[in-house]
Design a protein around this ligand. Structure first.
Ligand code: NAD
Length: 278
């Protein structure tokens, strides 16, 4: 068989038999990543805040579309015991957690001196501590099997700052630091089985329903047409003036989980149209 055809066939089923947890995967980037992993053959445990019927619809659709095993767990990412239970349940139901994508996240925008304490605590808990608790719970199984892929969805704000986003920027910088520490601690484990890697993806603005709503809201409040809000407000610091897509984040996640990425670890990979090149 032509080597390219053989490689394509292999990559279609690259993650067959593997199981992934994607936190915060009931919408946006998490759902896109879950679909990309499922399309590559992985079983997926969904998670996130959603009405039970909506979560079940997403789970059933994923399983039927991609012919993989899919589950849903409602673990609240502010609760360490719920995160440990999510990992334990996935290991019980699917036999392993081979891939862990820490994606759940929230945002709040306010000057530091007005930043509500409870928003600071919630952002640190969901955007940073949840990744720590999930990694801590999933690593023993990964070490035992000599294989693991940890992908933390950080942000361009894990690399640079913007005003009014104290908690988010602190949490995302923390995620990048956590990623590096984990990568170093597991660097020598299980090389023959594929080893364990930990990486952070750092998106700029990604087009999601939430961002679409921001475009509409800002267009109203600034009295500007949609195109100007996109170029001058939302994508002001994104030089390519283009939103990344959830499919792009999903494709990079699949790549990081595959054989070809075995030597990529401890990296913080920007997907932000040149934002942090400035
Ligand atoms: P989103 O709001 O569409 O999705 C967030 C997900 O997290 C949802 O599934 C939500 O239910 C879940 N979640 C929130 N609080 C939770 C909790 N307490 N417990 C469990 N789940 C919870 O947002 P998104 O834009 O898809 O963002 C996903 C990740 O990507 C976040 O970490 C965000 O910081 C990061 N990010 C997004 C962008 C962007 O432009 N959209 C850019 C850079 C980074």
């Amino acid at each position: 068989m032509d080597t390219h055809v053989a490689a394509a066939a292999r990559s279609r089923a690259a993650l067959a038999g593997k199981t992934a947890i994607v936190t915060g995967s009931t919408s946006g980037i998490g759902l896109g990543v879950a679909k990309a992993l499922a399309a590559a053959g992985a079983n997926v445990m969904l998670n996130g805040l959603a009405a039970a019927a909506d979560a079940e619809r997403a789970r059933a659709e994923l399983a039927a579309t991609f012919g993989i095993g899919a589950g849903y767990d409602a673990a609240d990412m502010t609760r360490p015991e719920a995160i440990r239970a999510l990992v334990a349940r996935t290991e019980r139901e699917f036999g392993a957690v081979d891939i862990l994508v820490n994606n759940a996240g929230i945002q709040h925008v306010a000057p530091v001196e007005d930043f509500p304490d409870e928003k600071w605590d919630a952002i640190l808990a969901i955007n940073l501590s949840a990744a720590f608790h999930a990694i801590k719970a999933a690593l023993p199984g990964m070490k035992a099997r000599g294989f693991g892929r940890i992908v933390n969805i950080a942000s361009a704000h894990g690399l640079v700052a913007s005003p009014f986003k104290a908690a988010y920027v602190a949490a995302k910088h923390g995620v990048v630091g956590l990623t590096k520490v984990v990568a170093l601690e597991v660097a020598e484990i299980g090389g023959a089985e594929g080893g364990i890697t930990a990486n952070a993806i750092c998106p700029g603005y990604v087009w999601t329903p939430l961002v679409e709503k921001q475009i509409e809201d800002q267009a109203k409040s600034h009295g500007l047409p949609r195109e100007r809000v996109v170029r001058e407000v939302l994508l002001a610091r994104q030089p390519n003036k283009r939103f990344a897509t959830v499919e792009e984040i999903g494709a990079l996640t699949v790549f990081l989980c595959g054989e070809a990425a075995a030597s990529i670890t401890g990296a913080a990979l920007p997907v932000e149209g040149g934002w942090t090149a400035q």
